[in-house]
Structure formats: C-alpha cells, structure tokens
Design a protein around this ligand. Sequence first.
Ligand SMILES: [Zn+2]
Length: 271
Amino acid sequence: MQIKFYGTRGSIPTPGADTQRYGGNTPCVLVTSQSGQQLILDSGTGIRLLGQELMAGTSELVLLLSHNHWDHIQGFPFFAPAYQAGRQIRIIPGKTLHGENDAILKQMSGEFFPVAPQQLASTIRITPMTEEQWQLGDFYIQRCPLNHPGSGSAYHISADGHTLAYVTDNELFPPEQTMTSRAQWLEFVTGVDLLIHDGQYLEADMPYKLGWGHSLVSQAVVLAKEAKVKRLVIFSHDPARTDRQLDQLAQQFSGQQPEVLMAQEGMELWC
Ligand SMILES: [Zn+2]
C-alpha cells in the first residue's frame, strides 16, 4: 500500500509561517493498493488538493470517515470530483454516537455553504456499514470505536499482505467513558506495518485537555512499542504546534524502535 498525507492538522486549518512544512490542512490521507485501488481517509481541508489530482480519473471514489467533527468533513464542499458529471462517490461514515450519517452533506445547507448536495453533478452514496469488518475491493477493513466526544471509528486496513491502522481523534486514557480499552487498542494495532495515531497533545497540555478526546505523543509511542508495530506516524497535530516543535519531537524519538515520524503534508510512505 502507498499512503500519502494531504492533511495532518487537528481541529482547525493553521496556515502560516510556523506550520508551512508539516502543513496546516485538516485530516485527509490517501491509501492506494498495488493494483491502484484508492481509499480516502477523512475529508478535512487536505481533500481539496487531492480532489484536483483525482479529476483526471473516472473511477468510483470511496471516502472512509472517522467521525463527523468539522475538521474531518469540512473539505468536502471543495472536493472537485463532487462537481464532476458522471463521477460516483461513495461515503462510508464513521460510527458515531449521534449517528448523523449524512452530516458531511448536511453542512452544505444554504446557511453554511451556497451549493446544495442535490446540485452536485456527481452521484453520491452514503453507505453506513452495519458490520464491524468488511471487504472493499483490495482492502479488508475492520473498525474499532474511538474514545472521543461523540465517538467515531478507527480502521485497520489490510491489502497486498500489509496492514495499516488509522486511529485519529482517540484518547488512549480517557477520564470518563471508555469505548475501547487500552488492552483492546493494543490488540487492534498489534503488528501492523504502519500505525497512524493521534498525538495532538504533550504533557504540558494536561490536565487542562484531559477528556478532549486526543492522546499525548508519548502515549502513542508507548502503544506502538508494546504493539510491536513497524512504524508509527504521529497525526492530528495541535493547531498551536509549530514546525520547530514538531522537529524537536521527531528528534526526541529518533533512533527508536519502532521508527516514529511526524505526519507531514505531501509525505508518502509504503507498507
Ligand atoms: Zn474529533
């Protein structure tokens, strides 16, 4: 699988001189199998650039959403293939407690965005999954509930004999409601080739941000070590985290097993 990052920032886009290198767009990741099948993870503002690249194609596009918080859906109204006549777009929503499976289209009401979903030239299907695991072309997908306000879904994706886990907006040690225990997370991500995990906070953010639904970088690193994953990508950077601070974090965890990378817009990985 090839994994390319189009948006790595949590909560809100952060353009500016201090975030240029790691990027200011909110979450969007493209996964491509060896045969060329594609899966888009989340629809933050990073999906705008991806959409421009996808305009050359005609195949059905599949979006797999973690949850419907704004930073994970807000790029969709600017996703060019949605305006492409004849294009098929399938959206698989995350399993949230509110269960508003069409939230990504609801944001295109006249009050928040001028173009209504029924005016889009593409054909959009929203297909909530009832099973916890399913085959989607080359991809075998399993999901797991997020520890996050309103919950959502993490995904374990297998293709071509390799595995990826996408776990963002997840608090490994939530103070109150636990949807998935630490032991269950360990089981879910054990042995994956690539773990993309939320690392929005640092120790200095606590206890103020306890219960906000994100993890410390150090907690994600410990999980990755215990789970013997091959590589960890820290994702959903805090809006206040500068390129310099992310460089320092990369430095702090360099030379360790597993390898720890800070997600960066434009970064391409293979597993
Ligand atoms: Zn969220």
